[in-house]
Design a protein around this ligand. Structure first.
Ligand SMILES: Cc1cc2nc3c(=O)[nH]c(=O)nc-3n(C[C@H](O)[C@H](O)[C@H](O)COP(=O)(O)OP(=O)(O)OC[C@H]3O[C@@H](n4cnc5c(N)ncnc54)[C@H](O)[C@@H]3O)c2cc1C
Length: 516
């Protein structure tokens, strides 16, 4: 099937390696400008870091404290654009900072007023100082002994994997080809030593294919050095992975509609508590890690740190048994030249660099700025190739599923306009209206939809990234796995052996999301 795509010797304008936020931003921008694009992902889209973020579309308040106004302004603009372009996935959220004493009250009020100003007309609302009584009214489960007042401010909140799928669909609508389970194993060079394409392995058919392209883009996050090494075995290390861990708790731990931001925990890191799909995300940590992996595992000390810290701020103290899921992600931070730097001090801005053979690598940045990273990368490629510059086409590009005025109480709100398609499936086959998880509000038709329209290829793709069951309640997601496997098998024409293997594999992987 995939082979057919390349039989005519097509040469793509852009071959994008990596189907995380960065690669997707590049594919979106390049295809919207009218270039021919193919995006290749070795696993499922966002399998790596891009499904394991804190899910905040933000300017980065803490970088303001470090004096990095340009970086914060850029991210605030992107936050505003995201909210406009994907209103079904990005919502405006109030964040509460519990303050302790007059000094903090003044410092955070002034700092966040500046944050609002930096965002300019794309700001999401005005920050203000509120009394202790008002703070506790907004967040009744905050420990009253930990605050004298509160400062409230706005940031965006989003669903990372859903934004990825809808952005990919938008790119496809502009002509891009996007493939999951297609790993780049080699880079091809012509006689002059310049890159001319890639060799990939189709992980499902176990077939090797050659794809030709003019610009080869390395958007592989924490795996960037592996691709750079294929280009030039002498490349110096460019990525310093840093692990962030989040815990998922029941919504009863954070009552009300607001998020909490704790700017300085005991070890100086920021901690968030974010309402998300009727649960609460708590995190994150920042631990330097030596080896990049597609399934990083939360360290015991990270779990304990989060539980202890968050326990100080809440009236209902979470225990290990309250944790519905734990997930770890790796930040692809640009490695500093000075190796002594702590990871929290390493720049969060993105970097683009060109190798002698023409490989364009893009690393760093954040989900919020994925569009701008795509814009900057395509600008750079046009410049290097001396192509006529086409101005960005994504600033005001509506993302697939775009729908304004969504009803957040609708369990399928995040599909935006695609919900109509799911309803259509149910009209055709009413048995697909059957609930497969009451706890998580998931029905059969969503599985069918994900296979037919969202390139879900296996049980994990659906449970982890087309809906967020693995993160929201890992045990419940394991319970659902056999039924999901059976529905997918019908759609994909797979047998019982496949189903059994799928359930077995899903249990093994998701075991890492459960703590005892
Ligand atoms: C804990 C944590 C919390 C975060 N929270 C936020 C947040 O709240 N808001 C925000 O804006 N940002 C946040 N970020 C940052 C953001 O998530 C990342 O910057 C972003 O997801 C990185 O995307 P990426 O595409 O560069 O990397 P990845 O998501 O890792 O994608 C790279 C992809 O390349 C693929 N790949 C690798 N090698 C090959 C190959 N040979 N062939 C084909 N494919 C290959 C991988 O499988 C992977 O899917 C957070 C990051 C972390 C770690």
């Amino acid at each position: 099937m995939i082979k057919k795509l390349f039989q005519n010797g097509k040469v793509y304008d852009f071959i994008v390696i990596g189907g995380g936020a960065t690669g997707i931003g590049v594919a979106l921008e390049a295809s919207a400008r009218g270039y021919s694009v193919i995006l290749l992902e070795q696993s499922d889209f966002t399998k790596s870091t891009s499904s394991k973020s804190t899910k905040i579309a933000h300017g980065g308040v803490r970088y303001l404290a470090q004096g990095n106004v340009r970086l914060v302004r850029e991210a605030c603009i992107e936050r505003g654009l995201l909210r406009i372009n994907a209103p079904h996935l990005v919502k405006n959220l109030w964040f509460v900072i519990p303050t302790s004493g007059l000094r903090e009250e003044i410092m955070y009020t002034v700092g966040l007023t500046f944050y609002d100003m930096v965002a300019g007309r794309l700001g999401l609302g005005v920050s203000k100082l509120i009394s202790k009584k008002h703070t506790l009214k907004r967040v009744p489960t905050l420990n009253p002994n930990k605050l004298t007042a509160g400062v409230i401010y706005h940031d965006g909140q989003f669903d990372d994997s859903r934004l990825a799928i809808n952005s990919l669909q938008t790119a496809v609508e502009h002509g891009a080809v996007v493939l999951n389970y297609t790993r780049v194993t080699e880079l091809l060079k012509n006689q002059d030593g310049n890159l001319s394409g890639v060799i990939v392995i189709d992980e499902e058919q176990k077939e090797t294919l050659q794809i030709l392209g003019k610009n080869i883009i390395n958007a592989t996050g924490v795996f960037a050095d592996e691709i750079l090494h294929k280009d030039n075995p002498n490349n110096r290390k460019t990525v310093a992975p840093s692990q962030g861990v989040h815990l998922i708790l029941d919504k009863s731990f954070l009552q009300g509609n607001d998020a909490i931001m704790i700017p300085k925990t005991d070890d100086g890191r920021v901690l968030f508590l974010i309402p998300w799909h009727e649960k609460v995300i708590v995190g994150t940590t920042d631990t330097p890690i030596k080896e990049a992996s597609l399934e990083p595992i939360a360290l015991e000390e990270e779990i304990e740190f989060i539980l202890t810290t968050v326990g100080q701020y809440l009236t209902k103290v979470p225990k290990r048994t309250d944790v519905l899921s734990v997930y770890a992600g790796l930040r692809p931070l640009a490695a500093p030249k000075n190796d002594g730097k702590k990871t929290k001090e390493i720049s969060r801005s993105h970097k683009i660099f060109l190798s002698d053979s023409g490989l364009l690598t893009i690393i760093g940045g954040k989900w919020t700025t994925y569009r701008k990273m795509g814009e900057d990368l395509v600008d750079r490629a046009e410049k290097e190739r001396k192509w006529k510059h086409i101005p960005t086409k994504t600033k005001h590009l509506k993302i697939h599923g775009y729908k304004k005025d969504i009803n957040l109480n609708d369990p399928m709100y995040f599909y935006g306009t695609d919900k109509e398609g799911i309803m259509q499936l149910i009209a055709e086959n009413p048995t697909w209206n059957k609930i497969i998880s009451k706890k998580l509000n998931i029905i059969k038709a969503q599985v069918v939809w994900s296979v037919r329209n969202e390139m879900a290829r296996n049980v994990e793709d659906f449970l982890a990234r087309r809906v967020r069951a693995q993160l929201l309640d890992a045990r419940e997601s394991i319970r659902m796995a056999p039924e999901v496997a059976s529905i997918m098998a019908d759609e994909l024409g797979k047998d019982e052996v496949w189903q059994k293997e799928q359930v077995k594999q899903y249990k093994i992987i998701t075991g890492n999301y459960i703590i005892n």
